[in-house]
Design a binder for this molecule. Sequence first.
Ligand SMILES: *[C@@H]1O[C@H](CO)[C@@H](O)[C@H](O)[C@H]1NC(C)=O
Length: 260
Amino acid sequence: PVIVPLLKLAVAVCLLMSVLLFLERLYMAVVIVGVKLLGRRPERRYKCDPICEDDDPELGSAAFPVVLVQIPMFNEREVYQLSIGAVCGLSWPSDRLVVQVLDDSTDPLIKEMVRMECERWAHKGINITYQIREDRKGYKAGALKAGMKHGYVRECEYMVIFDADFQPDPDFLHRTIPYLHHNPEIALVQARWRFVNADECLMTRMQEMSLDYHFKVEQEVSSSVCAFFGFNGEIQSGLPFRCCYSTLVIYPWHLSNKSQ
Ligand SMILES: *[C@@H]1O[C@H](CO)[C@@H](O)[C@H](O)[C@H]1NC(C)=O
């Protein structure tokens, strides 16, 4: 006698939620179609010409802004080499690229391996520093924040964060930094992720499809209507858009400092 009304209530709640979900998707679809029809894609809306030395040959590599790349790590035995290697392989003048490996690992062996990997890249002329902390306060966000406290960070105009399992393509900075460089109103660029093994594994492929929905639809809608979006960092000012490529987040920190 109690169970039946309860079940009925549950069915009603489920129905209501389905309707809400459907309305949300409908709203997304309308905005996305609008964006397409009006040609409001980020690459049309914003100036994103590549930065190059030819504009002012005398400047040389000084024509490029200094970019700080942060890679937070926590016991990443399998992937640390790939991500550090990919970041050090980014095509950008090497005197305009500063790499911070922020290692919160608890395993001394892994710490040593990561430190040696950084040293190896430093010998090849990459401006890379290996940084550890006394404690793990604030976890990953704490590590990123601790990285910002170093004096030389003031010389960096833009900042990029890659998780330890990301492998950015070499042209990542050339495709993303121009948006920030030419458009002072933009505080953050969010690029889309891919899985390296999406073609080999059905589970990964399915995961990638749901991520694609998140990046391509949800985030593009938030970006287009200047709404809040799902970035769990300090900035919530919301002008993300993707550069349909592999990896993560960029925002000009001097801008966000100013606005907060
Ligand atoms: C690395 O970059 C920072 C910031 O531009 C600079 O202060 C520092 O001297 C550079 N280190 C090396 C070894 O080039």
